[in-house]
Design a protein around this ligand. Structure first.
Ligand SMILES: [Zn+2]
Length: 65
């Protein structure tokens, strides 16, 4: 009886553990807060974890009007 110990790689596009631009570290339930548009480049995304969103009243980009 062999158990599967394969590591499931989560796509970066899904919400979950990721880089938080607010506390500059890995956070949980990271959501994109701000999309920075750069005319001559790929642009950037500023993401915040659940704790930082709560602390700074940040609204996820997808939930903004
Ligand atoms: Zn954070």
């Amino acid at each position: 009886m062999a158990e599967t110990t394969q590591t499931v790689t989560t796509p970066a596009s899904l919400t979950g553990v990721g880089w938080c631009h607010w506390h500059k570290g890995i956070g949980e339930d990271v959501r994109v807060i701000q999309v920075v548009e750069v005319p001559s480049g790929p642009g950037g995304r500023h993401s915040a974890c659940a704790r930082c969103r709560e602390r700074r009243n940040l609204i996820p980009f997808a939930d903004q009007p």
